[in-house]
Ligand binder design. Structure first.
Ligand code: NAG
Ligand code: NAG
Ligand code: NAG
Length: 418
C-alpha cells in the first residue's frame, strides 16, 4: 500500500512539474500552410493569389482549428467580379469563407436537422454589424450533400454546396471546395479611406492628424504609398502627453518631417502578418528610411502582443483602425522615436510582461482571450465582438492553453486520487 502511495506521490510530483512548465511551451510551428497546400492544387490558383494579396493566408496560418471554403478559378472569378475587383472587398469575402472551427465531412454528416451557424474570420475582424451577420449557415441537404449560405441571407436556398473535401486534418485544418461564392448584401462594403485626416481624427488621433495636415510633404507621401501598400502607426492623443514625449512644436521642420514619415511603412502588413514577422529579424523600412537603412523599425511579437522597437523604446500596437487592403492603420499609445533623432532620450523602465492566463481560462478548450487592453476596439462600439476577438487569439495560445489544460486536468485527477 505504501509502495502504491509513494508511486502516486512521485507521479504527482512529475505532473506538477509539467503543470508549471506547460505555460512556457511557446515554441509553436504552424501546423498548416494554406498557401503551400493550394500551390499543389492549380484549380484554385486565383483563390490562392487573393489569399496572399489580402494576407488572409496569415490569419489562417496563425490559427488552429480552421476550415477554408475554397472556390475553383471559375467561381472565384465570379466573386472577384461581384466585388468590383476591389481588394478590400475581396478580403471581406475571403474572411467569410474562412470558418473559425474545424469542419470535416464526418462533422457535417452529424449536423442536426435545419441550419447550423458557424463563426467566420469576417466576424473576428470586427466587420459584422450584429452578432450573426457575417456568420455562415450550414445544413445537410435533402438530396444528400451539404449546403452553405451567409447567416444574413434570407433566401430559402443555399448559395453553395460542398463539392469536394480536399484536406481534413482533425481538428486543426480542413479545406473544402464549394460550388459558388457565399455572399450577402453589404459584404463588399469597405471603409472610405479617401480622407486620411478624417479617419485619424475619428480614431482619437487628432494631434497626429493636425501634424500630418500641417507638415508639407507628409500627407502626399502617405497617399502615394497608399496606392501600393501602407501601414500607418498613428499615435493617439495621449501619446503626445505621455512621459518622454518630445515637444513637437519645438522640433526642427526637417526632424518633424522625418518623425512623421517614420510612422508609416510602405507595405501592407495587417496584424496577423506582423505577428509572423517575428521570426524574420530583419527590420522594416519606413517612409523615412534612407538608402543606408537609417530610420528602420523592428517588429517584436510575442503571442498576440505586437510591439515596434525603434532602438530608443518599444511601443505596443493598440487598436486596428483600418484594414482595407492595401492600407492598414493601427493606433499606438506612444510616439515612435527613431534612434537617429532621439538617441539621447532617457531609457524607459521595461514594460511589464502580460499577465499569465488564469487557470480556468487554460481549462477551456478554445484559445484564451488576449489581455483586455489588447482588443482591437477601433471599430465603432456596435461593431465590437469581444467573444469573436477572443477566439481569434493565436494558435500558439491555443496550443499553450490546451497543454496547460491537459496538465491541469492530470493534476486534478491525481489530487483526487491522493
Ligand atoms: C507558407 O508557404 C508559402 C509557400 O510555400 C511560403 O512562402 C510561406 O512563407 C509559408 N508561410 C509560413 C507561415 O510558413
Ligand atoms: C478631410 O477631413 C478633414 C477633417 O474632417 C476636413 O477638414 C478636410 O476638408 C477633408 N478633406 C477632403 C479633401 O475632403
Ligand atoms: C532596413 O530595412 C531594409 C528593408 O527590410 C533592409 O533591407 C535594410 O538592411 C535595413 N537596414 C538596417 C540598417 O537595418
Amino acid at each position: 500500500m505504501a509502495g502504491v502511495r509513494r508511486a502516486v506521490v512521485a507521479a504527482a510530483a512529475v505532473l506538477l512539474l509539467a503543470c508549471s512548465l506547460a505555460p512556457t511551451a511557446t515554441a509553436w510551428v504552424s501546423a498548416h500552410n494554406i498557401t503551400a497546400f493550394l500551390n499543389g492544387h492549380p484549380a484554385y490558383k486565383l483563390y490562392n493569389k487573393y489569399l496572399t494579396e489580402t494576407r488572409v493566408c496569415d490569419e489562417i496560418n496563425t490559427r488552429a482549428a480552421v476550415t477554408c471554403l475554397v472556390l475553383t478559378d471559375a467561381a472565384m472569378a465570379t466573386l472577384v467580379a461581384d466585388a468590383g475587383s476591389e481588394l478590400g472587398a475581396i478580403k471581406n469575402a475571403l474572411r467569410l469563407h474562412s470558418l473559425l472551427d474545424y469542419w470535416d465531412t464526418k462533422k457535417l454528416r452529424a449536423l442536426p436537422a435545419g441550419d447550423t451557424l458557424t463563426d467566420t474570420f469576417y466576424q473576428a475582424a470586427g466587420n459584422a454589424r450584429t452578432d450573426h451577420v457575417g456568420g455562415v449557415k450550414m445544413a445537410k441537404l435533402d438530396g444528400g450533400g451539404f449546403g452553405f449560405k451567409a447567416a444574413a441571407s434570407s433566401a430559402d436556398t443555399y448559395d453553395a454546396t460542398m463539392t469536394k473535401a480536399l484536406k481534413q486534418t482533425p481538428y486543426d485544418f480542413a479545406v473544402l471546395e464549394i460550388s459558388a461564392p457565399i455572399e450577402f448584401d453589404g459584404l463588399f462594403d469597405v471603409p472610405d479611406v479617401a480622407n486620411l485626416t478624417k479617419l485619424l481624427e475619428k480614431a482619437g488621433c487628432k494631434r497626429f492628424a493636425a501634424l500630418v495636415a500641417g507638415t508639407p510633404g507628409v500627407l502626399a507621401a502617405y497617399q502615394a504609398a497608399m496606392e501600393k501598400g501602407l501601414t500607418l502607426f498613428a499615435p493617439n492623443d495621449d501619446a503626445f502627453l505621455a512621459k518622454g514625449a518630445p515637444d513637437v512644436a519645438k522640433m526642427r521642420r526637417a526632424d518633424l518631417l522625418a518623425l512623421l514619415l517614420y510612422h508609416g511603412v510602405p507595405s501592407y502588413i495587417p496584424r496577423a502578418s506582423l505577428k509572423l514577422l517575428k521570426s524574420a529579424a530583419r527590420p522594416l523600412r519606413t517612409l523615412a528610411s534612407t538608402a543606408s537603412g537609417q530610420y528602420n523599425v523592428s517588429v517584436v511579437a510575442r503571442g498576440d502582443d505586437v510591439s515596434l522597437d525603434t532602438g530608443v523604446r518599444k511601443c505596443r500596437l493598440a487598436d486596428t483602425v483600418l484594414d482595407d487592403t492595401p492600407v492598414c492603420m493601427f493606433t499606438v499609445d506612444k510616439l515612435l522615436l527613431p534612434v537617429e533623432l532621439f538617441a539621447d532620450a532617457p531609457a524607459e523602465a521595461p514594460e511589464p510582461a502580460p499577465a499569465p492566463a488564469p487557470v480556468d481560462a487554460a481549462l477551456s478548450s478554445p484559445p484564451a482571450p488576449p489581455p483586455a487592453d489588447e482588443e482591437d476596439s477601433a471599430e465603432p462600439a456596435d461593431h465590437k465582438h469581444k467573444d469573436l476577438k477572443a477566439s481569434s487569439a493565436t494558435a500558439a495560445d491555443a496550443l499553450r492553453s490546451s497543454i496547460g489544460a491537459l496538465a491541469a486536468a492530470g493534476c486534478y485527477l491525481l489530487l483526487l486520487l491522493l
